[in-house]
Design a protein around this ligand. Structure first.
Ligand code: TYD
Ligand code: MG
Length: 458
């Protein structure tokens, strides 16, 4: 076998014979690391092997759809599409300290079947301490502290578990690759061996993966292509709420999310998010509005807070938590051009309650009204909520699942919901006690909420 030194992009796995500053394939800077690769007839097939493989008729293929493993965790099952498929490989990515190890040890302790938790990061006693915090123990949960795949695979064979958890893929190493642990070649090789093992023995494996600073799972992008399911565990580590989001799923949808709350004794499932993310203010405060949002398939109400103040320095600040900064800039530009607000001289801060990132365009209308409310210093009544996307011309666009949003807002006790006039048809047939106001332009929203009340105040 021949060995040679090449440079490999740690982000996308592209290979170059010499060092390059900017990866020509993924455009990232400073991602090339020198690695040693061995080439040669490593997995060479004998000529006879070609005669042994035969295509089969699709009608004759047996399927075993039923036997998903129930994780005893509704939120986790929900994201997977109803439990773990035997032989599947699930990659869970997330920032350090977000709770990946906590989630996986909780699953290992809750599953009635035998599980093997392989840790390359923590010692057995550290894992035991964590399990003690969760106040749970199980005779069916085995712990192995090891980093070499060549030792791990025979250990899995011997233990014969129904589920294997690897914490984390970046800490593993294999003798098949010469590079340091954590490099692309090592991750790819280790993952490949584990995935092959999972498929051949029908044992599901959960791989935990670190993510790098721009939010992608560290290591080659191909790792995401190799596994069956990719889940992202996100949230703000200074807040208690965590969202488990499906990014790829060969056995279910990716539109569902799982919501958890990090408590002192582990992660609690939040099965009914509803009014979780709204504070109940005694009096109406300027700059606070509520969105009837939908994340995954579930509706809930979430508070948007904004603060607009005169810029202290020359360049006004725009700062957001839980909301896309580019989207905020776009909405501010729309406000400026459509309603004539001079926001380019003001600092704008925007905060979505709970530190959860919501990917729901229906937040737009709340963001705009929160900004206006803070800028004008006029509060919006606390029993009013919003759901609408805002377009570049200032039009209020329809959103998905509007009936569900209305029903949830009504259930929680909101008196009024403001939505796009494009929904008029959808709401004709639903029974509701909540007041539904439809709007088609930002100007209309502005007049509705602020102008009349302003003249009354004067
Ligand atoms: P951890 O699962 O170690 O994160 P990761 O594996 O993603 O790096 O979680 C670490 C954080 O979670 C740490 O800041 C402590 C907190 N935590 C709790 O709040 N409650 C608990 O019961 C546990 C086990 C951890
Ligand atoms: Mg960990």
């Amino acid at each position: 076998m021949k060995q040679k030194n090449v440079y490999i992009c740690q982000n996308c796995g592209a290979v170059s014979p010499k060092w390059v500053g900017k990866c020509p394939s993924c455009q990232q800077w400073n991602t090339y690391v020198e690695e040693i690769v061995t080439s040669g007839p490593k997995n060479g097939l004998s000529p006879n092997a070609f005669n042994e493989v035969k295509p089969v008729k699709i009608s004759e293929i047996q399927t075993n759809t039923a036997e998903r493993i129930d994780t005893n965790n509704t939120e986790f099952n929900r994201v997977l599409g109803g439990g773990i498929v035997p032989g599947s490989v699930i990659l869970i990515g997330g920032e350090p300290g977000i709770g990946k190890s906590t989630l996986s040890i909780q699953i290992a302790l809750n599953i009635p079947q035998k599980t093997l938790y392989v840790s390359g990061e923590e010692s057995a006693s550290q894992i035991k301490l964590r399990a003690d915090r969760i106040k749970k123990t199980s005779d069916n949960c085995l712990i192995l502290c090891e980093v070499t795949v060549e030792i791990i695979i025979p250990a899995i064979r011997q233990a014969n578990p129904s589920l294997v958890i690897i914490d984390s893929i970046q800490t593993l190493r294999t003798q098949n690759a010469e590079s340091a642990p954590g490099t692309v070649t090592q991750i790819r090789e280790c993952a490949d061996m584990l995935i092959r093992f999972a498929k051949e023995n029908n044992v599901p494996i959960i791989l935990i993966g670190h993510i790098n600073k721009d939010g992608n799972i560290a290591g080659p992008k191909i790792l995401e292509h190799m596994v069956d399911t990719v889940l992202q565990f996100e949230g703000d580590s200074s807040h208690v709420y965590r969202v488990l989001r499906g990014i790829k799923n060969r056995f279910g949808t990716t539109s569902e999310v799982g919501i958890f709350e990090m408590l002192s004794d582990g992660l609690r499932q939040v099965s009914n998010p509803g009014e979780l993310l709204i504070h109940h203010h005694d009096n109406d405060t300027p700059g606070v509005t509520v969105t009837a949002a939908v994340e995954g398939l579930r509706p809930f109400l979430i508070e948007v807070q904004s603060l607009v103040s005169t810029a202290a320095y020359g360049v006004p600040q725009r700062s957001t938590t839980g909301f896309d900064a580019k989207r905020l800039n776009m909405l501010l530009a729309v406000l400026e051009r459509r309603c004539g607000f001079r926001l380019n001289t003001k600092d704008v801060f925007l905060n979505i309650a709970g530190g959860i990132k919501i990917n729901d365009p229906a937040m737009d209308l709340s963001v705009i009204t929160a900004v206006l409310s803070s800028d004008l210093d006029i509060a919006i009544a606390h029993d009013v909520c919003f759901a609408g996307e805002v377009g570049l011309t200032g039009e209020i666009r329809p959103v998905s699942r509007v009936e569900q949003r209305i029903a949830e807002a009504e259930k929680i006790g909101f008196k009024k919901i403001i939505i796009s006039s494009a929904h008029k048809k959808n709401i004709e047939n639903i029974r509701h006690t909540i007041d539904i106001t439809t709007v088609s332009k930002i100007e209309e929203v502005f007049r509705l909420l602020f102008v009349r009340r302003k003249t009354v105040q004067e």
